[in-house]
Design a binder for this molecule. Structure first.
Ligand code: F6P
Length: 369
């Protein structure tokens, strides 16, 4: 081991929260190897996201724990969708904690384990909770993770590129079966609040229609587009739908009304509803595929490995400098810290003037209008 440099952080706790994705273990490796090898920090792994910190489910991570995990999918620490600052217990446990009890438990464990900082790898929920904990006096550093790529303050999140490759390959595969059966094939990709994944994969896979939450769709416009394609001799079409896509009618509803309406009309997934709507609208034989959790599985792409590693080592530098309350983020081709307040409580939606929307339209893609 080389020279051990001075560090403001002696002991850190690291956790992964929210949906898992390829690249989480690469990021854990980046943080831990730099923190341990360059700064001699003690690293405590926190199990299952914030739940582990509430329960005190923490273990010392040794070099062999964060070696050989660069290409492993998922997270060696486990994860959860713990909602600390919202009333209600754990999603899959019947804890009777109230949020203030959980926060108090976290503060006690933070002291008990003698932590100088929490490193939280997560998306909107995890990062916002990290920010709220920093407001409660804990030192927190965030790393931007989600296949949705909908975190404000960073140009990209790790996990997104891997999911993009998975989604694009699925669309490529659907082309051959759509062509063989002269069908309309609908594929639903993840992205509850923002349509980045559907937009990028739709463009990469040559989707004929791309539906994202930011642009409520008009089924009549989609029908006209598909019929025009058929009349021009195209024997099949590919429709890419984000799971948060919604119709114009839904777009005009209040949130609670929309939730009730979708509970009635979306029996399983929006992809199936759109397929049914298309078949009714056009009379064309239509099938649906919901790609689901496949998009979050498997090994990280090379791009995600590089992004996750460089974000991780940048977090170790922030730890060493004692620069807390920040998220390591990608800006262009550089890794720079942003204040945790920047992503907290926000969602990065696809801007309606985003250049890729015009590019998709220019190659003849229908965006639902
Ligand atoms: O946040 C990432 C994500 O994959 C979303 O795209 C998706 O809607 C959600 O997680 C699924 O959540 P869960 O894993 O809790 O079912």
């Amino acid at each position: 081991m080389g020279i051990i440099h001075h560090s403001a952080t002696k002991t850190l706790g690291i956790l992964t929260g929210g949906g898992d994705c390829p690249g989480l273990n690469a990021a854990i490796r980046g943080v831990c190897r730099a923190a341990h090898d360059r700064y001699g920090m003690t690293i405590l792994g926190i199990a299952n996201g914030y739940r582990g910190l509430v329960e005190g489910d923490v273990r010392l991570l040794k070099p062999e724990d964060f070696s050989g995990i660069l290409t492993r999918g998922g997270t060696i620490l486990g994860t959860s969708r713990e909602k600390l600052f919202k009333p209600g217990g754990f999603e899959d446990h019947d804890f009777s904690f109230h949020s203030e009890d959980k926060v108090q438990a976290i503060k006690e464990h933070y002291q008990q384990f003698n932590l100088d900082c929490l490193v939280v790898l997560g998306g909107n929920g995890t990062t916002t909770t990290g920010y709220r904990l920093s407001q409660e006096g804990l030192h927190v550093i965030g790393l931007p993770k989600t296949i949705d790529n909908d975190l404000v303050g960073t140009d990209r999140t790790f996990g997104f590129h891997s999911a993009l490759s998975i989604g694009t390959e699925a669309i490529d595969r659907l082309h051959s079966t759509a062509q063989s059966h002269n069908r309309v094939m609908v594929i639903e990709l993840m992205g509850h609040k923002a349509g980045w994944l559907a937009l990028y994969a739709g463009l990469a896979g040559g989707g004929d229609v791309i539906l994202i939450p930011e642009i409520p769709y008009d089924i009549h416009a989609i029908g006209r587009h598909l019929i025009k394609r058929a009349q021009s001799g195209k024997t099949f079409s590919i429709v890419v739908v984000a799971e948060g896509a919604l119709s114009c009618e839904e777009g005009n509803m209040e949130k609670k009304d929309r939730k009730k309406y979708r509970e009635k009309t979306v029996k399983t997934s929006i992809g199936y509803r759109v397929a049914q709507e298309i078949e009714l609208e056009t009379g064309m034989e239509t099938r649906a595929t919901v790609l689901g959790y496949v998009q979050r599985g498997g090994i990280p792409s090379a791009s995600d490995r590089v992004l996750a590693t460089t974000l991780g080592t940048a977090a170790a530098e922030l730890l060493a400098r004692g620069e807390y309350g920040k998220m390591a983020a990608l800006h262009g081709t550089e890794i720079r810290p942003v204040d945790l307040s920047v992503p907290a409580g926000k969602v990065k939606s696809v801007p309606l003037d985003y250049y890729m929307l015009d590019s998709a339209a220019a190659v003849g893609t229908c965006l639902g209008r």
